[in-house]
Design a protein around this ligand. Structure first.
Ligand code: CUA
Length: 229
């Protein structure tokens, strides 16, 4: 999760988020180079002493400063498209989680395991324990196995919500009447925090997501305990 003075992106916990960060840094570097160049040229215009008063056209320079930016844009567009299609790829998921957005909480279903289902509400500030995170902790966490391909299905029961967990690189809208799909792979055991990111009503800010990533055998223990009860 994001903590004090963390102005950049969170550490990635999935290969796709890692790629997203690489692409962000790549695009930012190009952006900085263009800004510095254009800034330098504009600054230098102040000291123009009108040497070329009779210059009316320049075919060559027009050609260069038209084609060059187009080529630079290609260097952003092609990696961007690669990532876009990579994000949509589904690789034989071993667990499927279904999350349903409600006003204003998330509910989850593990359809692979005798349809375990539960609601996940934010813990109100006045009920928060000393080690809890305000506006971010929930009563029932999503338990998921690490080092496994996980498919997530997102939908909503009332208005549009968005299931968003930055460290995993997941951001999928839950839309009433539609079932959206994505997948991710968690690389380490940890708690991952997320929030709804579609403006869904008065308590939009108060429907956080907490994922508890655990080793696979722990996940199996947890799931079998819940199937029997
Ligand atoms: Cu649900 Cu915003």
């Amino acid at each position: 999760m994001s903590t004090w003075a963390n102005l950049g992106v969170q550490d990635s916990a999935s290969p796709l988020m890692e790629q997203l960060i690489f692409f962000h840094d790549h695009a930012l570097l190009i952006l900085v180079m263009i800004t510095v160049l254009v800034g330098y040229l504009m600054f230098m215009l102040f000291f123009n002493n009108y040497i070329n008063r009779f210059l009316l056209h320049g075919q060559l320079i027009e050609m260069i400063w038209t084609i060059l930016p187009a080529i630079i844009l290609l260097f952003i567009a092609l990696p961007s498209l690669r990532l876009l299609y990579l994000l949509d790829e589904i690789n034989e998921p071993s667990v499927t989680l279904k999350s349903i957005g409600h006003q204003w909480y998330w509910s989850y279903e593990y359809s692979d395991f005798n349809n375990i289902e539960f609601d996940s509400y934010m813990i109100p500030t006045n009920e928060l324990s000393m080690d809890g995170f305000r506006l971010l902790d929930v009563d029932n966490r999503v338990i998921l196995p690490m080092n496994s391909q996980i498919r997530i299905l997102v939908t909503a029961a009332d208005v549009i919500h968005s299931w968003t967990v930055p460290a995993l690189g997941v951001k999928v809208d839950g839309t009433p009447g539609r079932l959206n799909q994505t997948n991710f792979f968690i690389t380490r055991p940890w708690l991952f925090y997320g929030q709804c990111s579609e403006i869904c009503g008065a308590n939009h800010s108060f429907m956080p997501i907490v994922i508890e990533s655990v080793p696979v055998n722990y996940f199996i223990k947890w799931i079998s305990n819940n199937v029997n009860s």
